[in-house]
Every structure is written in structure tokens, then in C-alpha cells.
Ligand binder design. Structure first.
Ligand SMILES: Cc1cc2nc3c(=O)[nH]c(=O)nc-3n(C[C@H](O)[C@H](O)[C@H](O)COP(=O)(O)O)c2cc1C
Length: 247
């Protein structure tokens, strides 16, 4: 890193609210590294995240272009390819609208296929870990995933992008050995980062009145209305998404 990169933070070009409403899952990257100064600013954001009692049990392995990094990426690539090959079938990506070349479903399938096929070449792989100080609890992820989201938001702010995945689970034993990860430490996620091919964009979500309730479960307050111009996703049926409230 040059002295200049070390002393001047990379340019933050996106406002906080704009950033969090336009940070997409980015799975296609330009074939170039992330400069160390930028990586420092992204990972600094991770270290500022909240955690229970401010214990900061999160640790991040940042894998770029060393031989070890390449091995780790290759290990996860194999697992991700197997997982996607299965999900492609079980989730029906190649049936229904999936057979229309330009449908959202087939576009998603193409992006995922390209992502897993090229996984070993992602510019940066960040393994998010959680040092356990007690038996696993259902809420322990709350002390590592805010930091993961800070990484994605900071990347967005600086002209980069990424996605949180669970792909590390498919190579956990090998990763532990390769990277010397202690037994008391959980592998919480694998984040890939790079310069996006294409752009971030407005995130597409169901309207907020489907997700925000007032005094009663299932009933949203009158103020729970998406801001004008929000990209909407069609409301989902319970069959499409089992978490949807029965009305
Ligand atoms: C807990 C969690 C696990 C995820 N696992 C994966 C994964 O294994 N592979 C992947 O490609 N994306 C994964 N994602 C990314 C989601 O698919 C993505 O955030 C979601 O589809 C919204 O994408 P969008 O912001 O581009 O609309 C995961 C996200 C979360 C929060």
C-alpha cells in the first residue's frame, strides 16, 4: 500500500440511506484486484459493527491472491458448484418461466451458474468467523452478521460490491485445516467482493406493509408505505414463501 492510500480514506460516494436501499447481491466481478487501501476501508467498517456486550467475537479472514487464498477459493468453488447444480433442479430453475431466455428466473440461474463456475477467480473472499465463548445459541449470529452487512455497505459506498453466501459450509473441514481455524470458532459465512460488472440498482423487495406490523401481528400501521418510486416485487403467496403471514 502506498503512503497516500494508507493515509487517505477511499472516496465515499454514496449517502447512507441511498446506499442501503441500492446495495444488491453482486455476483459478477471485473477481473481486477481490490486495492489494499480500499480493502482496508471496507474491513474497517466491519470492525465498527455492533455485537453483544461489545465483545466483538467476529473475525474475518481476507483472502486475496496468495497460494493459500487460491486454495481456499478453489475448495469453496467445488462445493458451491455441487450445491447449485442440486438447487437448480430442486428449485425448478429450468422449468416454467425458467425456459424463457429473458425471464427473471433464467437470468438469475445464468448469474448463479456463472458465479459458481468462476468462484475460484473472485477478487476477494472474506470468511466471516465467530469466536464462541459459550455453547452455540440461536442468536449468536447477531454478533457477526451486522459486521458482514457493514462490509457489503462499505463496498457499495466505495464502488465495489459483493454477496454473503453460505458456501463455506461445503468445504468447512478443509478450510479449517488450510487456514488453521480453531475448533471453538464457527464459520459464519463466505463473502465475495470485487468491482461489479454492471451496476448495483434499487433492491426489489415486497412492499413494507407486508413486513412491518403495528400493534397486532399481520396488521401494518398506516404510515408503513414504501417511498414513491420504490421498486416493488409482487406480493408472494404462502406457497411461494412460507414466511408470508396467512390472511
Ligand atoms: C443468510 C444469507 C445466506 C445467503 N446465502 C447465499 C448463498 O449461499 N449463495 C448466494 O449466491 N447468495 C446467498 N445469499 C444472497 C441472497 O441470495 C441475496 O441477498 C438475496 O437474493 C437478495 O438479492 P438482491 O439484494 O440482489 O435483491 C444469502 C444471503 C443471506 C442474507
Amino acid at each position: 500500500m502506498t503512503a497516500d492510500e494508507n493515509t487517505h480514506r477511499a472516496k465515499d460516494v454514496v449517502g447512507l440511506l441511498e446506499g442501503l436501499s441500492t446495495t444488491r447481491a453482486i455476483r459478477r466481478y471485473v477481473d481486477e484486484p481490490i486495492p489494499e487501501g480500499v480493502l482496508r476501508d471496507i474491513m474497517f467498517a466491519a470492525t465498527r459493527a455492533p455485537s453483544g456486550s461489545n465483545r466483538q467475537p467476529f473475525r474475518f479472514l481476507v483472502l486475496t491472491d496468495s497460494a493459500v487464498a487460491q486454495q481456499a477459493k478453489a475448495l469453496i468453488a467445488v462445493g458451491a458448484q455441487k450445491m447449485w447444480a442440486q438447487k437448480r433442479v430442486t428449485d425448478g430453475y429450468d422449468v416454467g418461466t425458467g425456459i424463457q431466455a429473458d425471464s427473471p428466473k433464467s437470468r438469475m440461474a445464468n448469474v448463479m451458474q456463472e458465479y459458481v463456475d468462476n468462484f475460484s477467480r473472485v477478487p476477494v473472499l472474506v470468511l466471516a468467523c465467530l469466536v464462541r465463548y459459550r455453547e452455540p445459541t440461536p442468536s449468536e449470529g447477531a454478533s457477526v452478521y451486522p459486521a458482514c452487512q457493514n462490509i457489503l455497505l462499505a463496498a457499495r459506498a466505495l464502488g465495489y460490491g459483493g454477496v454473503l453466501t453460505g458456501f463455506q459450509a461445503f468445504a468447512e473441514t478443509e478450510l479449517r485445516e488450510l487456514l488453521n481455524i480453531p475448533d471453538d470458532t464457527a464459520l459464519a459465512g463466505a463473502i465475495t467482493l470485487g468491482k461489479p460488472v454492471g451496476h448495483h440498482g434499487p433492491v426489489r423487495r415486497v412492499p413494507m406493509d407486508e413486513l412491518i406490523y403495528g400493534d397486532q401481528w399481520g396488521t401494518s400501521p398506516l404510515w408503513a408505505i414504501d417511498p414513491p418510486g420504490t421498486a416493488v416485487m409482487a406480493r408472494r403467496t404462502q406457497a411461494e414463501n412460507p414466511t408470508v403471514t396467512k390472511k
